[in-house]
Design a protein around this ligand. Structure first.
Ligand code: CMP
Length: 141
């Protein structure tokens, strides 16, 4: 399987719960490396730009408001099959539907406050990594 990179965000709810380390351990314990990381408070523009693909969805405004409500940890994860591996570790978008033992099942409260974001495919991974870490190579290798 190819070594890939994917974008991960630990969202404000998980940062506020003080589980950054526990979430990062899930990645590291499952063979993913932290290739880049930054903690920051997103501006409204940054959050709107990142989630631009959801602009027309009814939850867009609430999503942006939530994502700027506190600091987030933005990371590039790297490893074999990193994109799918990260999504498997995260669990379903709605924590109520997330499999037991996944990050969202263990740390998230609702579909809005769902602890983590992860790129869903190679093209979005490349776009999302370039959005937050323009200096990194954005191709899978
Ligand atoms: P994320 O993976 O960050 O991508 C978009 C986010 O929108 C998603 O996680 C959820 O937190 C949020 N969201 C809120 N309502 C919905 C919904 N009905 N469907 C998908 N995502 C939603």
């Amino acid at each position: 399987m190819a070594v890939e990179r994917t974008l991960s965000i630990i969202k404000p709810d998980a940062v506020a719960k003080n589980v950054i380390g526990k979430i990062i351990s899930r990645f590291e314990d499952n063979g993913l490396k932290i290739a880049a990381a930054r903690m920051q408070l997103l501006s409204q523009n940054e959050a709107e730009g990142f989630y631009a693909v959801h602009r027309e969805r009814p939850f867009f405004n609430d999503l942006v408001k939530f994502m700027i409500s506190g600091p987030v940890v933005i990371m590039v994860l790297e490893g074999e099959g990193a994109i799918l591996k990260n999504r498997t570790l995260m669990g379903a978008t709605d924590p109520k539907k997330a499999e037991k033992g996944t990050i969202r099942a263990d740390f998230a409260e609702s579909i809005d406050a769902n602890a983590v974001h992860g790129s869903d495919a190679p093209d979005t991974a490349a776009t999302e990594i370039a959005y937050f870490f323009p200096a990194l190579a954005v191709y899978s290798r």
